[in-house]
Design a protein around this ligand. Structure first.
Ligand SMILES: *[C@@H]1O[C@H](CO)[C@@H](O)[C@H](O)[C@H]1NC(C)=O
Ligand SMILES: *[C@@H]1O[C@H](CO)[C@@H](O)[C@H](O)[C@H]1NC(C)=O
Ligand SMILES: *[C@@H]1O[C@H](CO)[C@@H](O)[C@H](O)[C@H]1NC(C)=O
Length: 332
């Protein structure tokens, strides 16, 4: 029996949690969490998810959106990070770094265009442990951020950079790579797993959450404190920035030429924003289910990425964010 179960574990690991691609929705200078109503906001974001995305977002997003760039068709949430730019080492011009799907590394892009791979895990990647730890999902209107563009020290655990080459992702680092990466730069953002259970937001967009995560990777977060007792799904974003066309302009020994869209030259300011928008109780149904596999879960529905790719939002800011730019959008 023992050897049979070991064999089955190898053959079909129970991969607890959702993992799915969301194609790029837009690159715009908008931030309905940190700068609601600002049109434009201070820096360019790379945004995926539902088409209710707007300069201001209130109430039940899942009821207002009509399409999503995510594979899970009931997920109208929006997920975004700052955008990576290459800063030309001699003339100082900027060019936005393209985004490619994360999955080719893992053997399947599902047809995503650019985008972010999103995870909602219940425990870790090999079990759900729902008997010990109930996971409660977010209410309509919920939002949070992790990391900060104003950070002046190395990002905390869970916010990482990796230098891709071949099939290797390389070590998880807390700063930009120091040499060209033939396969691009891979960024990961793990959000906190403990919520105060009351507030859908807080003035700094973080203090309604509590970060107990003490190691990188998909490990179960330690127990939640009394102040933030509610265990929520562990949300993670993965993004692959395709730096290959810039590699030849990064001369050997020269410093890192990549900057975040807020002119963040150190790796310090890496950050991500989350706007909950699952329709009805769909995310809770998924999280209640044991053996909620990587890309499918019980009754929640998926769509073809060819359909997801047709979901768009208007260009609300109307500025050029790509090609060679003399300055980063918003910094003049
Ligand atoms: C975005 O907000 C503006 C101003 O409130 C509104 O007119 C517009 O319909 C909104 N767009 C979407 C897609 O919700
Ligand atoms: C900087 O160099 C790039 C690549 O050679 C070039 O395309 C761009 O026009 C240059 N920018 C300026 C301001 O000269
Ligand atoms: C999820 O599980 C909890 C705890 O067992 C239960 O109270 C809740 O009704 C379930 N929700 C859904 C949508 O299945």
């Amino acid at each position: 029996m023992k050897s049979l179960s070991a064999f089955l574990a190898l053959l079909a690991p129970v991969q607890a949690g959702l993992r799915f691609p969301c194609s790029t929705l837009t690159f715009q200078r908008l931030d309905p969490v940190v700068q609601p109503g600002s049109l434009p906001a201070s820096h360019v974001h790379h945004i995926v998810g539902g088409n209710a995305f707007n300069a201001t977002m209130e109430g039940d997003v899942g009821e207002r959106a009509s399409c999503t760039t995510c594979q899970m068709s009931e997920d109208f949430s929006n997920y975004w990070t700052a955008t990576l730019y290459f800063k030309h080492p001699t003339n100082g011009s900027y060019q936005r770094v393209p985004v490619v799907p994360v999955q080719p590394l893992l053997g399947n892009s599902n047809g995503a265009q650019g985008g972010i791979t999103v995870y909602y895990t219940q425990f870790d990647l090999s079990k759900d442990n729902l008997n010990k730890q109930a996971v409660k999902t977010f209410p309509p209107g919920f939002r949070m951020t992790v990391g900060s563009p104003a950070a002046s020290s190395r990002p905390h655990v869970g916010l990482t950079y990796q230098c891709l080459s071949g099939n290797s992702r390389g070590a998880e680092m807390s700063d930009f790579p120091t040499k060209p990466c033939t396969g691009g730069i891979y960024t990961t953002h793990h959000f906190p797993a403990c919520w105060d259970g009351v507030n859908t937001d807080s003035p700094d967009h973080q203090s309604h959450m509590f970060n107990t995560i003490n190691s990188n990777g998909f490990t179960n977060a330690p127990a939640c404190p009394a102040s933030h007792p509610v265990r929520v799904p562990q949300v993670t974003y993965e993004t692959t920035w395709d730096t290959t066309k810039f590699n030849s302009m990064w001369k050997s020994g020269a410093p890192n030429p990549y900057v975040w869209s807020f002119e963040g030259t150190g790796g310090y300011g890496t950050h991500a924003d989350y706007m909950f928008g699952w329709k009805g109780d769909s995310l809770q149904r998924a999280m209640n289910k044991s053996e909620c596999f990587y890309d499918g879960c019980g009754s929640i529905t998926k769509q073809a990425m060819a359909t997801a790719n047709q979901c768009t939002v208007k260009d609300m800011v109307g500025e050029v964010t790509t090609g060679w730019l003399k300055s980063l959008p918003g910094t003049m």
